[in-house]
Design a binder for this molecule. Structure first.
Ligand SMILES: [Zn+2]
Ligand SMILES: [Zn+2]
Length: 137
């Protein structure tokens, strides 16, 4: 079991098993939403993911796909927690910075990077990660 939560502790979550994928997303939506240069994501089946404490707030964005990207965050401290994309209806994209006990490193392995066209100029590609110009291109 991997657990995580927001900065203030009001929202806690967990998932079972290993992530199906590990992904960085460099899109400008991720940059704006988190205030960081990219998001790091543990992509896990929604059936293995659960919120164990509190109720996150949500914010919907229509992505380039024309489908809704639902963003879940803590309404008190504002931490970005996870996203559910309509284009990936069975998966949750857990923002890895919220994971406990060093799990934010995602085992040191990133499988894929999305929206590398928007990657900040000072940041090189991750060794061995598939490079996608946008999402699913
Ligand atoms: Zn919080
Ligand atoms: Zn993104």
């Amino acid at each position: 079991m991997t657990s995580g939560g927001c900065a203030c502790g009001e929202v806690r979550y967990q998932f079972e098993g290993e992530p199906a994928a590990t992904a960085l997303c460099h899109c400008t939506d991720c940059q704006k939403w988190t205030g960081g240069a990219f998001t790091s994501n543990a992509v896990v089946p929604r059936t293995s993911f659960s919120v164990t404490k509190g109720t996150p707030k949500t914010w919907d964005v229509v992505g380039d796909s024309g489908k809704v990207n639902k963003h879940f965050f803590c309404g008190t401290c504002g931490s970005s927690l996870y996203t559910e994309l309509e284009v990936m209806p069975t998966m949750a994209c857990v923002k890895a910075g919220g994971l406990d006990g060093g799990a934010a490193s995602l085992g040191g392995k990133i499988g894929v990077e999305f929206y590398v066209k928007d990657r900040v100029s000072y940041l090189p590609a991750c060794e061995g990660a598939k490079q996608e110009q946008a999402f699913g291109s």
